[in-house]
Design a protein around this ligand. Structure first.
Ligand SMILES: Nc1ncnc2c1ncn2[C@@H]1O[C@H](COP(=O)(O)OP(=O)(O)O)[C@@H](O)[C@H]1O
Ligand SMILES: O=C(O)[C@@H](CO)OP(=O)(O)O
Ligand SMILES: [Mg+2]
Length: 419
């Protein structure tokens, strides 16, 4: 007898979080990368919200082969000392003085290296703010102001990083230039759709594919206020080739969707992964997945029952009201409204970092009873959706998914089951 659908979905969430844990991802890879297997001494540098766990895994695997190392992560994201490594916490999403202190220390320990030296570079989302040193002629305040403008502008992370990498001594491949002629092996936990390696943490050790024309377009598109000093820097090109880098993606939303797929296939369901690059309005995605659920229910299309549909990516929400919620909670509520009263189906939508919007929920697990439970509590599901109040709605239905901060970030995953 199959467990009830919402129990299955919760079990898949726990499996994804376990398999996407930065520690697990790094340990898996360190042991199979040839250049890390020979006896060379290694200098470890870890940046981003997952830096502490990635560094711990590398240290546990490579032990005394790590000659020295620096970790810089977001305030509250380190979990204690790691023998032989210096650990810094700094500002995110806006860089601060501690970002500068940590970055200067990283540049010190990776200066004057020879071709015999090897830098193991552990990269995760948040690195742009944590690993930062302004180009000559500008100061951290200039970068703080521009970052704030960019974050508020509605620009995508690709556009944001296209601009800010040009103002930095370490972004856009410049860190790899700094360590040259030493080799740099990067292990990357991807929090960017499509795994654009020159966007993740602004690609400090990856050839930059962006152009100054794109920068000018972005400045115009978002009407950014740019000083003359900044403009001079923005028009300087970034490194397009780097002879000393080797890059591995150790975790991403593709891997998370594969974990879900394997789990569901083991249960005997027919599974499809529709996309891992979903990026549209959250409520429209919810409605679209409801239409897919109905198609499977009535016509066994695009997949025969018992069916599962998996989607990865990151939706957006234009918040126009004062409600409380997140993009995953909003997607789930929109789905619930469309499948109101239908049985033998359920959907889960969650952020793999464990926090969906400014809430303590990771997302929601809903089915055909969700709306009835909201109505029984005296509220209108549609009205709560219209008010961007998905947290309240799912809390009333006891359909919030709460995992707590997971320590990883490989975007969002949505799983639909139709029996
Ligand atoms: N009431 C709300 N309902 C739905 N989405 C919201 C609400 N408030 C904020 N958001 C969305 O939450 C997003 C931030 O979510 P968060 O999970 O913190 O982002 P990330 O994990 O990608 O850093 C914002 O971009 C905003 O669109
Ligand atoms: O550091 C960055 O540039 C981005 C993408 O990797 O991460 P976040 O959106 O968490 O700041
Ligand atoms: Mg989040």
């Amino acid at each position: 007898m199959r467990a009830d659908l919402k129990t299955i979905l919760r079990a898949i969430v726990d499996e994804i979080i376990k398999e996407s844990d930065p520690y697990t991802c790094v340990r898996e890879y360190v042991e199979k990368i040839p250049v890390l297997k020979n006896g060379d001494q290694i200098i470890l540098v870890a940046i981003g919200k997952a830096a502490w766990r990635m560094a711990k895994a590398a240290k546990d695997s490579l032990k005394e082969r790590i000659k020295t190392g620096i970790v810089v992560t977001k305030y509250g994201h380190s979990e204690g000392d790691i023998e032989g490594l210096q650990i810094y916490e700094a500002g995110h999403p806006i860089p601060d003085e501690n970002s500068l202190i940590a970055t200067k220390r990283i540049l010190e320990v990776t200066s004057n290296l020879s071709e015999k030296d090897l830098v193991l570079f552990l990269v995760s989302g948040g690195g742009s703010s944590l690993f930062e040193l302004p180009q000559d002629g500008i100061c951290i305040e200039d970068i703080q102001k521009l970052t704030t403008q960019l974050l508020k502008s509605g620009a995508s992370i690709v556009e944001i990083n296209t601009v800010r990498k040009r103002l930095s001594k370490v972004k856009g491949g410049r860190f790899a230039q700094h360590v040259y002629p030493a080799r740099i092996v990067s292990l990357v936990l991807s929090d960017v759709l499509g795994d654009r390696l020159d966007t993740i943490a602004s690609g400090p050790a990856y050839p930059d594919s962006t152009t100054t024309e794109q920068v000018l377009e972005i400045i115009k598109r978002y009407n950014l206020k740019i000083s003359k000093e900044l403009m001079n820097l923005l028009l300087q090109e970034t490194p397009k080739e780097l002879p000393n880098v080797e890059t591995y993606i150790v975790g991403n939303v593709q891997k998370a969707c594969k974990v879900a797929r394997d789990f569901l296939e083991r249960l005997g369901l027919n599974v499809i992964v529709l996309t891992t690059q979903l990026s549209c309005e959250a409520r429209e995605a919810g409605r679209f997945l409801a239409a897919i659920a109905k198609e499977i229910r009535n016509h066994d299309r695009p997949v025969k029952k018992p069916a599962a549909v998996i989607v990865g990516g990151e939706t957006v929400v234009r918040v126009t009201s004062s409600g409380k919620g997140g993009r995953n909670q909003e997607l789930a509520l929109a789905f619930a409204v469309e499948v109101d009263g239908m049985d033998n189906l359920a959907l889960c939508s969650f952020g793999t970092d464990g926090t969906d919007g400014p809430t303590d929920a990771a997302g929601g697990i809903v089915d055909g009873n969700t709306c009835e439970k909201i109505r029984k509590a005296g509220y209108s599901p549609q009205r709560l959706l219209d008010d961007n109040d998905s947290y309240t709605a799912l809390k009333l239905a006891d359909d919030l998914l709460v995992t707590g901060p997971t320590g990883t970030n490989v975007n969002d995953v949505v799983i639909l089951i139709v029996e």
